[in-house]
Ligand binder design. Sequence first.
Ligand SMILES: NC(=O)C1=CN([C@@H]2O[C@H](COP(=O)(O)OP(=O)(O)OC[C@H]3O[C@@H](n4cnc5c(N)ncnc54)[C@H](OP(=O)(O)O)[C@@H]3O)[C@@H](O)[C@H]2O)C=CC1
Ligand SMILES: O=C(CO)COP(=O)(O)O
Length: 331
Amino acid sequence: MNNSKVAVIGGGSWATAIVKILSENKVVTHWWLRNQKDIEHIRKFHHNPSYLSSVNIDADIIRPTEDLELAVRESDIIFLVVPSAFVAEVLLHLDTQILKGKIVVSAIKGMIPEENILVTDYIQKRFGVLEKDIAVIAGPCHAEEVAMEKQSYLSVASEARETAIRIEKMLQCRFINVHTIQDVVGVEYSAVIKNIIAIACGVAHGLNYGDNFQAVLVSNAMQEISRFVQAIYPKERDLNASAYLGDLLVTTYSQFSRNRTFGNMIGRGYSVKSAQMEMDMVAEGYYALKSIFEINKKYKVNIPIITAVYNVIYERITPIIEFKILQEKLN
Ligand SMILES: NC(=O)C1=CN([C@@H]2O[C@H](COP(=O)(O)OP(=O)(O)OC[C@H]3O[C@@H](n4cnc5c(N)ncnc54)[C@H](OP(=O)(O)O)[C@@H]3O)[C@@H](O)[C@H]2O)C=CC1
Ligand SMILES: O=C(CO)COP(=O)(O)O
């Protein structure tokens, strides 16, 4: 039994997968979900009816609750797992002092819209959490495969080694291998951008481009990620590590990727609205596009793939035309 007191904030597929991992390690967890019906269902039947419903929720270890404040107050480690667009709204009524001295782990791969800042920057700014108490979960890992207990790998990034190791021990289990890394900003930006690239791959697939094109798209994208991350936060980092390249590959190639699925619909001619309505899950890349585009007005990095996706999604340029232009910029 792990003695840390933990809260998981969020009721979607990734939150459900993280709850499964914590439960495997016997970590007593307050699990906040916004949907009262889901909470009652979990209490009664020990499954999340809306996401990864095959996952068994151990009632002795996992305590679903509608009381966010209680979940946070009772815990010393908080896992944030709501899509980035809803973070500010979900945390709105929490006292600004409530996270002081607690460890906050962001499992979110997105940015706070409007403010155009990373989730960890938002948590530090709004709640005064110290950098040493912040961690990020990254790596190529789809919730659906965690649910099936397929061997997976996670990276825990923190500037404080002690914090990273504490979280590593909490997540390492039978089917999850965890390693630590000291690059919160690089890992977060890379995870944000790979979602946009996965939309690009989906659009390309929807337009009937083949594997040859996607391989070139992804390798050019890796260079794009490298240029952007090094411009924003220069540091010696191995972008071939699974926290960066691995996550890009799984999201651009996996059948489970929501971002790729969303892009595929756009490529096939769906409007943005109808593609979003068709999916009952969130494609973070849609929101990230706007933030990265805004941030890049200052850094002026050459980001042709992100620009092409931005033009398709926000400027309503026909994908077939935009991708013909992009084609000429890849090598
Ligand atoms: N799924 C995955 O494999 C992975 C996901 N992530 C990241 O985890 C984060 C969470 O995504 P994930 O769990 O997959 O999400 P899902 O797409 O599975 O679920 C969407 C979640 O968003 C909630 N939601 C929808 N609208 C609102 C709203 N207006 N206010 C508050 N909450 C809302 C839903 O709640 P409700 O059901 O009540 O509508 C649900 O909990 C994202 O940043 C994602 O990038 C990271 C790694 C892997
Ligand atoms: O981050 C992920 C896998 O590592 C999930 O990607 P999607 O949101 O596109 O499914």
